[in-house]
Design a protein around this ligand. Sequence first.
Ligand code: CAA
Length: 404
Amino acid sequence: MVGIESLAFYTPGYYLDLTTLAEERGVDPGKYLIGIGQEKMGLLPPDEDVVTMGAHAAHYALKDVDLSTIDTLMFATESGVDQSKAAAIYVHQLLGLPSTTKAFEIKQACCGSTAALQMALALVHQKPNKRVLIVASDVARYGFGSSGEPTQGAGAIAMVISSTPKILEFDPESGSYTEDVMDFWRPNYMDEALVDGKYSIKVYLRALSESWKQYHEESGRTYNDFARLCFHLPFTRMADKAHTHLARVSGNREVAPNALAARHGASLAYNRVTGNSYTASLYVGLTSLLETSDEDLTGSRVGMFSYGSGCMATFFSGVVMEGYRSAMDARRHHEMLQTRRELTYRQYEHFYRFRLPIDGSDCNTPRYTAGWFRLAGVKDHKRIYEKVVKDEPSGTLTHTEMVV
Ligand code: CAA
């Protein structure tokens, strides 16, 4: 038996309401709220990055875990902070992991986290007394004023994979699909992703049917074997499109919209208010499903679809463990979402335009974070991270007054 022993998620302490963005862009808010299915987008302040977000999530995922059993830390991201040094190494240091723990970074767009998961499952099967920490952390960033802009967001997840899962046990079968396409990419010289939006949706759906086909052949399971489904969520309406498509290609043309929503609806709640978090997004959806679903999901089989543009995709599944609710951190996650600060449009623009120096000069970053770790600045071309001092467990989140 191998699966998720602990699962924690993080999103920064700031957001922009998409009604505000719609007003500024002269767009009917219904397009963002209903057509795209997003209410708020999480915004990364100047003193946070994928390392600080990932470290914050991992701090909680590891709170009841013996650190000496962590064999490997795999860090999945498509918002890497260095071409050579893995973000995992910084997290390894910030969390005080043993020097015997391997730490490295994995990339294949939003699917990097699932590639890490598949490796972790194999590793734990091989060494059942060891654990793997997976961190997935990303900032979804598109051109200012572009059609991708309302689908921005930020967040991280951390999960411990072990042979003593308390949350979800994975099935051994999976189906994957790889194809060389240019639907979404970010060249090294750009801070924003380039995307062929409509095409990316088509490729996502094609990758879903192809990976489902292989999963179905390998496992013999059919659509009705899944009590719940979680999809990669670039925006929550994508789940409606994906689910309708999956029902159709798996031979279930007559599933009513409310029956579809009953199977994936609870997985959308967190993403609706954080926005896309690329590698983390599917697992933020899983967290949302397990924490916001009214029903007890013990014993339910959950189908999961991970899509990474470019592209690689995987369909896989797992069964929810008895007692999973007490292994989740629902109250803290809800509080984190409730205590975020809403930004004005001008403040959003200020965050968006903030850049660390690109000429190699030193800088100190202003203090904004609501998390446990911050990027204090850059000195001699080296990123400087520090732990934030504040009171636990009340964790009163203090935000520096914004100067804009
Ligand atoms: N009220 C209600 N609905 C409205 C509306 C209104 N007033 N106005 C428009 N809509 C609906 C439209 O009918 C449309 O619905 P359908 O999709 O059902 O047709 C929806 O709102 C969106 O409208 P448009 O198609 O006109 O939107 P757009 O052209 O501005 O772009 C987008 C939408 C393509 C998703 C764009 O935001 C984008 O490119 N996003 C980034 C790329 C992306 O997320 N791709 C997803 C697949 S790739 C992937 O998953 C990897 C990843 O993480 C990036």
